[in-house]
Design a protein around this ligand. Sequence first.
Ligand SMILES: C[S@@+](CC[C@H](N)C(=O)[O-])C[C@H]1O[C@@H](n2cnc3c(N)ncnc32)[C@H](O)[C@@H]1O
Length: 217
Amino acid sequence: MEKLYPESGVELNPFVSKHYDKLMNIISFGKYKSFIHRAISDMQIRKEDTILDFGCGTGRNACLMMHYLGDKGFITGMDISETMEKQFTENCRQHPNVEFINRRIDQPFKLEKTYDKVFISFVLHGFPQNIRENIIKNAFSHLKPGGNFNILDFGEFDMHAMPFYYRIPFQKGECPYAFDFIERDLKDMLAGSGFGDFKEHLYFHGYGRLMVAHKPS
Ligand SMILES: C[S@@+](CC[C@H](N)C(=O)[O-])C[C@H]1O[C@@H](n2cnc3c(N)ncnc32)[C@H](O)[C@@H]1O
């Protein structure tokens, strides 16, 4: 897949895409599983929710979210990687209420339905600021009134003040867009597109954050 944003760390190469879940487990010293369980539980998913997952990856998150949904719940995963599509389809095969759409989230698009929740996990940081704004607009336009946008990503922090055992992997492993993202005011960004009533959940001393932003009813 050709990269549109050469400095992006979320436009993954086929090797990283293929081994993404395992790599996350290794990089987090085995803590990723409990972290993602907690973050998804903090989303307060209701049985009947419909969820649009931007940059859905392997389907690991979709499968976890499915545990909270009943028969009327539904998940649409969107991603541009064929390697991710294969894993998503395989991992979610036992869930009839899950679909995959191969579509870019960084450019305007219009699906036929709107959703109760849009979820984006460790994707938003990996784009230039003007493109993040496009993604936020896409989330807003695909939410029902009263729905919420759930952004799981890096929090706001000073990289230079991190303990070395967090700072070195972050500096070596993350892309320049991530260094920019952690210095931005996410609430401000979201408010600019019409979101409000923010709720934050912090993980790993605030280096990770779930931001829940509401679309007015
Ligand atoms: C860092 S991974 C995160 C995957 C997943 N959200 C998770 O938390 O496990 C980034 C994902 O975003 C996808 N992606 C990158 N650019 C995209 C774009 N423009 N539109 C849709 N998906 C994109 C990648 O293919 C990859 O699956």
